[in-house]
Structure formats: C-alpha cells, structure tokens
Design a protein around this ligand. Structure first.
Ligand code: C2E
Ligand code: MG
Ligand code: MG
Length: 648
C-alpha cells in the first residue's frame, strides 16, 4: 500500500507558489515564464502521480480504475520528464545563457532525450515493454522503464552539473538554493528506492521550487516596480553574466538629459507613471519586431535595452532602435515637458568587453560630441583618445601617484601696473608613460570621484614647496606662486599641519604662497573648511577665490572670507565682447576693488581683451596672450627673459 499523503501535500504547495507568482506579478520575462511552466508541470505531475497511486491502491481494478491508472501513468511520465527538462531551461534563462541553445545542433542535443521518451511512450500500447496496467496486478513496470529513469537522469545530472558551474554567474545565496533543488530530488529518489511505499518525490520537488521562489524569484530585487522596468542592479548583474557567458548582444542606452527637471516638474508619482508608459511603449516595439529585449532602468532617467544580435542577416534590431527610439521617447510630451533623449548603441563584445567599461560608457557617451546629435555608436567613441584615457583613468592616477608622475607647469601672471610678471599659477599635469601629458581637466574630476584627490593634492603641494625652495623668487621677479586647493583638501582636518610640515621641511615663507579655492568650494562650506582657511590665514598664507563668475557667487560670502585676490573666470571676459557683458565685468571688478580685493582676470587671449582689462583697471592678467602654462625650466627661462627686460 503506497502512502499518498506527501503527494496530497505537494499539490497545495504548488498552487501556493503559482498564487505567489501571480500576486507578485512575476509573469513577464523569460525566466519568470519558465519558472511558472516548471511549477505547472510539477503540479500536473503530482496530480497524475496521485491518480496513478490511488487507482493502483484499489487492486483488483475495475475497468474505470484501469483506465484512470493507465492515463495517469502516461500523463506522469510525459509531464514529469518535461518538468525536469524545463527546469534546465529555467536555469539557462536565469544565468542569461539561453543563447547556448541557439544553434540547431544544440537544440537537437537538448530535445533528443525527451523525444526518445515520447517515442517510447507511443510504442508502449503495442509492446507493453515500458509498463502495463492490468485489472489483477494493477500497475507493473516493464524492462524499458529503466530507460525512462536513465533519460530523467540525463536531464537531472545535466542540471546538477550546470548548477555547480553556475557559481560563476550567480551569488551563493542564489546558486546554493538552486543546487538544493537537485539535491532534494536525489534524496527523494534514494528514499523511494529503499522505501517505495513513501511517495516523497513530488513533495521534495515542491519544497525545492518553494526554495527557488523564496530565494531566487524576488521581483523586489529584480524590478524597479515604480518605473515598471528591471532594476539597475539587475542590469549590472545580467551584463556581467552575459559577458562571462560570451553571448553576443547589443545594448541601447537611452539617457534622458532633462529627466531631473521633468521629475521636479511632474513630481515623483507622475514621473514614474510617465516612465512606465515609455517602458510599455518599448515593449510594443519588441513584440512588433519579434526580438527578445530586456528593459532596465537606472534612476533618475536612463533606460537600457539589451537585445540579442541578429546574425541571420535579417533586420538589425540595434540599428533600428538606435534610429527610432529617440523619436519614440520624444513623443512623450505632456503638459509642455518633453524628454531630451540621447541614445547610444553598444555591441558586445565587439565594441567593449568589460562590464565596467560598458557601464561607464553608458554614463557619459553623450559628452563625446557637443554638437547636439542624439544618436551615438560606441564603435566611434571607444576609439577616441579621450575615451581610452578616461577608461583607464584609475590606473593612470594610481601609477601617477605611486611613480611620482605628477609634474607642475607654471603660468605667469602679469601685473598691469608694473608691466612685469609678478606671480604664477602652479597647474598640475600627469606625465603618463603610455598616454603622454594629461590635462587636469580630465584627471582632476576623475581623481575627485575615484578618491585620488588627496594624495594628488599632497604631491602638488610637495612639488611647489620644493620649487620655491630651489629658486630665488625675488631674483626672478616673483612675489608668490598660486596653488589650487581642491574641496576635499580644504575639508581635510590636518591640512594646516601638513602645510606647516612642508613649510618647515623646505624653509618656505608663507607669504610666497597664495592658495586658490574655487567658488564651488563655498557652495558646500563646512566648519572644518572655515577653520582651515582661518588657520592658514593666521599662519600667513593668502587666499584667492578662483573662477569667480561661473557659480552663484554671493558677494556677502566674498566679504566674510579672508580673501586677498578674486580671480575672474574667463567666461566673464568672453562675455565682455557684448555691451551688457562688458558692463557686468566692469561693475564686478569695481565692486571687488571697492571692498579691497585684488583682481586677476583669467583667460586673456587677445590684444582686445588686454586693452579692455587695462581700461577697466584690472590689477593682474593671466592668459595665453602672455604665456601658456610652462614646464619648470621653460618657466624659469621665460621669467628671466621677460622680467630682465626694461618693461613688457
Ligand atoms: P584654473 O585653476 O582656473 O586654472 C586656469 C586654467 O585656465 C588652466 O587650465 C589654464 O591653462 C587655463 N588658461 C589660462 N589662460 C588661458 C587662456 O588664455 N585661454 C584658455 N582657454 N585657457 C586658459 P588647466 O591647466 O587645464 O587647469 C584646469 C583646471 O584644473 C584649473 O583651473 C584647476 O581648477 C584645476 N587644476 C589644475 N591644477 C590643479 C591642482 O594642482 N590642484 C587642483 N585641485 N586643481 C588643479
Ligand atoms: Mg586656479
Ligand atoms: Mg580659474
């Protein structure tokens, strides 16, 4: 007598899993659909198993009992084997490796064992060599039944081996539950082998599938439910899996430039609704074109589409999306707001093969061209020198600091009254052995982001102190050197101590150094920063406010800080070509001088600009008109030549 209670318990468990899938809206996407198929096949297998065993327990069988037992056995063998095969497909979908089955021969290899099952079942009514159901003996196995077990083993062992291999693709909290599903199934087989009356197989399967449901199928991890798209975390992990597996894909990145403004204008709720509309619209493109496209979203406004490459020569979905998707998204003009999309097509692995590079390109491809074009191809961008440098900037910075490859250039600053060069600004460059001399416009923002700005700032301070100690500034006609301080340096607790140590080490008089702080530094002003500025002022260092005029400068703030010099940003000088720009520049300069500040105008390139500045009574001028920033030796030569002359 077989004990059917385990099967009886398994059925509600399968129903519960299906209910949870439905209520969590886990019905879209290949992996979700395959998981539902696995559970449905398990459910029907359990029902068939139950039917088979109930009928078999009632031996000798009535005619109806014989029919029920026969039909249930056919059902069970068909569905249960399909169940194990689909579980393997689910594994492939979960690890983004379904492309392994794209080749015709791999499809044949995968479906051959199951086809054999169907053939064996089809011939059984005539040969009865798989099983028989008779009124007297009930269900009895035939010699071919071993082949059924063998084939189930092929899928089962294949799945188990693949699970172990999946460690590369999945974190332990995902692949261990997957492995447990197979282990549970094998435990059930062992139990049923020794105690055939205990029908635990479907119950163990239900436990395994429940484990998958609880630990792997977590939509809250995969989905950005408010935007109705897969989450940014899913994009990163799927991308890594795809690259690991070697699958060829195309990625379309859609950056919506004005997303923050739109979000502020519409509010979070309406903005999310707006995004789900876009996602739904993209989904309709997918169905029209019969292409598998996964849609991901990164807040605040970047959509990623991953689609398979089309090697068959039919329409190239990546190219079509690239040309059409921008217009598609622009259509969403509501209440006067319109998204401004920039789209980029990345082919993997042809254009890029590292996940970090793909992610980083997705964040900044739109800066590759300032002409306002909307569609980009990664193949064009990745070959540019700027991209190659940016892609390797971390490595470059690391090397620069470790191997002391930061070199200082000095740009002379002209004193309008004396007609001589009275100071110079120290500007950092990296002399990289592979990429040449790099501009701070590239590496300073990267150093700030990657955490290199403090060691870089230290190296700059050290170099300038050394420079001052090695040269007689008075003989060169230089009163001081200006050093740029970054925001992070200004907020460093021990900045005054560091500078004091250098001062002592090189015997430099603080009046020889003028520290430049940018206007943006004061936008996030902190107590430490104020303490540092005040402490250094007391030590005798003077301060200049750099790039005045590009931020939202508060004259109040300028007045309250110990600033000796204001450096007018070159954008203000550029604006001075118009009458209104000229008035603004003139009044700004007059106001600054009225509150006792000295003025340096930055970025003077032409004689006209010099004339304007002189007429406005500017104190000092810095710009390419006089000199580019020069390497140390060239700068010394320049100063000797220029200041040696009677007037310049
Ligand atoms: P900044 O401090 O405003 O420096 C002036 C920038 O304007 C320099 O660019 C200089 O080469 C450029 N410049 C000077 N005259 C002209 C001109 O006539 N026309 C034009 N178009 N440009 C001119 P550079 O050397 O590329 O430095 C860019 C920025 O990088 C600097 O702007 C500064 O903010 C930052 N930086 C440079 N060196 C350091 C450093 O050692 N530490 C820190 N924290 N930042 C630095
Ligand atoms: Mg500066
Ligand atoms: Mg400046």
């Amino acid at each position: 007598m077989r004990i059917i209670y385990f099967d009886l318990c398994a059925i509600p468990l399968f129903l519960m899993i299906l209910f949870i899938c439905h209520s969590r809206k886990m019905t879209k996407g290949t992996a979700n659909r395959l998981f539902i198929s696995v559970v449905l096949l398990s459910l029907f297998s359990a029902v068939a198993d139950l039917g088979m065993e109930i009928a078999d327990n009632a031996v000798p069988l009535s005619e109806a009992g014989r029919v029920i037992c026969t039909v249930s056995t056919y059902m069970y063998l068909t569905l249960r084997n399909a169940n194990i095969a689909v579980l393997l497909l689910f594994l492939l979908a979960l690890t983004k490796t379904t492309f392994l089955l794209r080749k015709w021969w791999s499809k044949i290899v995968f479906s051959l064992p199951y086809t054999m099952i169907l053939v064996m079942l089809a011939q059984n009514p005539f040969t009865h060599n798989a099983f028989t159901v008779t009124a007297e003996a009930g269900y009895a196995r035939g010699p071919l039944m071993l082949a059924f077990y063998g084939i189930a083993m092929v899928y089962g062992l294949g799945g188990l081996a693949y699970c172990v291999y999946c460690r590369r693709y999945l974190p332990p909290d995902k692949w261990i539950p997957l492995l447990s599903v197979y282990i549970l199934a094998y435990i059930a087989v062992v139990i049923q082998f020794f105690r055939p009356q205990l029908l635990v197989e479907m119950f163990c399967t239900a436990l395994g599938e429940m484990l998958i449901m609880l630990s792997i199928m977590r939509p809250e991890e995969r989905m950005d439910s408010e935007a109705g798209m897969l989450s940014w975390a899913s994009y990163q992990s799927d991308l890594r899996n795809i690259l690991l597996s070697g699958e060829k894909v195309q990625i379309i990145v859609i950056r919506m430039l004005n997303c923050r403004e739109i979000r502020n204008y519409l509010g979070e709720h309406k903005y999310n609704k707006y995004l789900s509309e876009i996602a739904n619209d993209i989904r309709t493109i997918r169905w029209n074109r019969r292409h598998r496209i996964e849609i991901y979203f990164e807040r605040p406004g970047t959509i990623y589409l991953i689609t398979d490459t089309d090697e068959t020569g039919r329409e190239n979905v990546g190219e079509r999306l690239l040309s059409e998707i921008g217009d598609h998204i622009k259509r969403y003009a509501k209440m006067g707001v319109r998204f401004e999309p920039r789209v980029c097509l990345i082919r993997c692995p042809e254009d890029l093969r590292k996940a970090e590079d793909i992610i980083s390109l997705g964040h900044r491809f739109q800066t590759a061209d300032s002409s306002g074009r909307t569609a980009f191809r990664a193949s064009e961008i990745v070959q540019t020198k700027a991209f190659v440098i940016e892609a390797h900037i971390e490595e470059i910075l690391d090397r620069a600091i470790k191997e002391n490859r930061i070199v200082m250039h000095y740009q002379p600053i002209y004193d309008v009254r004396s007609g001589r060069f009275h100071s110079a600004e120290a500007l950092a460059r990296i002399a990289d052995p592979e990429y040449g001399l790099l501009s701070p416009a590239i590496f300073i923002p990267a150093a700030e982001m990657e955490g290199f700005i403090l060691p870089l700032g230290d190296a700059v301070l050290e170099q300038v102190f050394r420079f001052i100690s090695e040269h007689d500034l008075d003989a060169l006609g230089l009163s001081n050197i200006e050093i740029n301080l970054s925001v992070a340096q200004c907020m460093e607790r021990n900045l005054p101590e560091k500078i004091l140590a250098l001062q002592r080490k090189y015997g430099v008089d603080p009046c020889r150094i003028n520290l430049e702080i940018t206007e943006t530094t004061f936008e996030n002003i902190s107590e430490t920063m104020l303490e540092n500025v005040n402490a250094l002022s007391r030590m005798g260092y003077s301060f200049a406010l750099d790039d005045y005029g590009i931020g939202y400068s508060s004259i109040q703030r300028v007045n309250h800080l110990p600033l000796k010099i204001i450096k007018i940003d070159k954008s203000m000088l550029e604006e001075a070509s118009s009458a209104s720009g000229r008035t603004i520049l003139e009044h700004t300069m007059r106001m600054m001088q009225a509150i006792g500040k000295q003025l340096v105008a930055e970025g003077a390139e032409t004689q006209d600009e010099i004339d304007i500045l002189k007429k406005m009574d500017c104190d000092y001028i810095q710009g390419f008109y006089f000199s580019q920033p020069l390497p140390e030796e060239a700068f010394i030569r320049f100063m000797k030549e220029q200041n040696g002359r009677p007037g310049c």
